[in-house]
Design a protein around this ligand. Structure first.
Ligand SMILES: [Zn+2]
Length: 174
């Protein structure tokens, strides 16, 4: 009974819609959460539904241009974890554009995990592939610690000051 949604696409669509709208009873939330974390199929379906809803709602990532540097910042507090939508947003914001100078403002990011780090590194590689540069602004203490422990901070340069960060891009080819 509990896994009916997995094999029934119509049932699953209803379940996921209710889940995203937080209309599911607690026991079903628990069952579904326990399931989708181990099921790529259901996880993808959930992610697609969330993205669809997000496309209709308020953006969570803001893109501004300062000189010729693209600055990306989260509108509200965010987490860059495997399960968080913010991560998908960030990855798409980078991958769907070919900006060469990118500064990601991490000041509103409270947590990051290995998936989050992986996405940051992918974004960096994407920028480099476009002969660009990607840097970080204002990582919060917990995030800074993770960047340092994993030595990612040796690859991704971080700045505390936005003006200094923007200035560091000057002299690089546009
Ligand atoms: Zn499933």
């Amino acid at each position: 009974m509990s896994m009916d949604w997995h094999s029934d696409p119509v049932l699953r669509e209803d379940l996921i819609r209710d889940y995203v709208h937080r209309r599911l009873p607690d026991y079903l939330v628990e069952q579904f959460e326990a399931h989708y974390l181990d099921c790529d199929d259901c996880f993808e379906e959930l992610r697609a539904t969330e993205l669809l809803m997000l496309g209709l709602g308020e953006p969570i990532l803001e893109r501004t241009l300062v000189n010729d540097v693209t600055v990306l910042r989260f509108v509200e507090s965010a987490q860059l974890l495997a399960s968080s939508l913010e991560l998908t947003e960030l990855a798409n914001a980078i991958r769907l554009q070919n900006d060469t100078k990118v500064l990601i403002d991490l000041s509103k990011v409270s947590r990051i995990d290995s998936t989050g780090l992986g996405v940051l590194m992918n974004c960096y590689c994407h920028a480099v592939k476009n002969s660009g540069v990607l840097k970080l602004l204002n990582p919060d203490a917990p995030v800074k610690k993770v960047l340092s422990l994993t030595k990612v901070d040796g690859i991704l340069q971080s700045f505390e000051d936005e003006a200094a960060a923007i200035a560091s891009f000057q002299g690089l080819p546009a």
